[in-house]
Design a binder for this molecule. Sequence first.
Ligand code: NAD
Length: 489
Amino acid sequence: ITLNNSTLTTIPSGIARPRYDRSALAAGILHIGVGNFHRAHQAWYLHRLMQQGLSHEWAIIGAGVRPFDEQQRQKMRAQDYLTTLIELDPSGRSAEIVGSMIDYVPVQEGNVPLIERMAQPDIRIVSLTVTESGYYVDPATNAFNAAHPDIVHDVQNPDTPQTAFGAIMAALRLRRDRGHGPFTGLSCDNLQGNGAILRQTVVSLARLSDPELADWIDQTCTFPNSMVDCIVPATGPKELALVRELGVADDVPVSHENFRQWVIEDKFCSGRPAWDKVGVTFSDRVHDYETMKLRILNAGHQIIAGAGELLSIDTISGCMAHPGIASLFSKVETEEIAPFVVPVPGMTPESYINLIGERFRNPAIVDTTRRVAYDGASRHAGFLLPIMREALATDGSIDGLALVEAIWARMCHGTREDGSLIEPNDPNWMELTRISAAAKEKPQVWLDQRHIYGDLGKNARLAVAFEKWLKLIWDTGIDATLKVYCGKD
Ligand code: NAD
């Protein structure tokens, strides 16, 4: 059945659908970057509220600044902006149709329709998912990258900008001049301090052409930090076939895991939906929630992916089904990471470790070992090494963390234990491969990579433990090494 408003009542009965009158919804949020994640996460939370008869004046208007977004608009318009969500639960899948989006702004060069829509007084929140690298931040310094050609363009053409931030700035100028007041800028991208980064980008851009406007934005708009979590794979032929099997002709369905989390600072200058009624956590401690996620989930991914790659295990759930890798995960997390994670309300580090273990084990989610092992140089430095530094500074154990580094060093040799080749999987793969080969004879050269290990390269405790593990891996293999570490040999 083709998906649209008129067919909603006839779709197969096992699929949940909006119970509210969509024609009576009014706009409150404009979202830039209507990819998969937004529809499985933020649009779903709002839909839950609407199902309870609440927040009908907060419906979403879709928007975007890229050619992808116009294609997405055409497809979503044809189905009245409805999305089929398929939940991939280990005990079976289920589906529901989400109706919280009611319109989509035409995507045009110069972004005039987008600016005009954001300037309307009914829009009180502008939210974004434009990817981690979409904020014009210099990765080395975390500062605003004013020299980027897109930003230079927007400074020179403030009424016809290219970037989402140029459009936000132009809309806020109109609102100020028309007396419509500010809106809240809500980043939902996976960045630490995403609200602070969004504020920095918008205010710094405004300062380059209109310092008074920059001050007005800085003083009147709010940019809450938020932590978002839900694994949402890209939609491919498998997902399209799945939705057809369910009996719905949706051209842009979304699949997702059976877990969601959203923690937001309660700083909304022009009101917000009652998200707290549907499981969103409002907290001043977003940073602690983020730290828990980065140190246990993201570092946890790095703990298991290297061993999985070496043992030719394709998926994260497959890694967790391997007894040695599963023991590595729980021993390192419990003994060496949990001591450096503070509890958050309702969740101890130990209970979060169990939750992440369960999510990683979900075989319905096909998350590849290769995707998770990608860019280890940034991810080890970002997720694991800060924990190692704290452990060394407080005389804590680092034996397991050193083993994880040795496994990664062995993986970067570019060969699996069955002799097959690992395709390049890091922006600097050739260099890593060369150093890994040298480290086989002289382990210290691996730790001497200053751009990754910094001061840790000189630490004697790390050097001793790393050398012991790397030698054991080369001499006896991963399986035997994991048994030694986990005390089963
Ligand atoms: P997607 O590829 O489905 O959609 C990305 C959207 O961002 C598109 O609308 C695209 O046009 C837009 N975009 C990309 N680069 C841009 C830029 N430079 N400027 C403006 N718009 C840009 O991806 P997704 O799965 O929706 O994920 C988007 C973001 O959501 C991620 O980068 C991440 O920060 C966050 N997130 C995703 C997941 C997940 O599992 N997919 C989980 C947590 C957080």
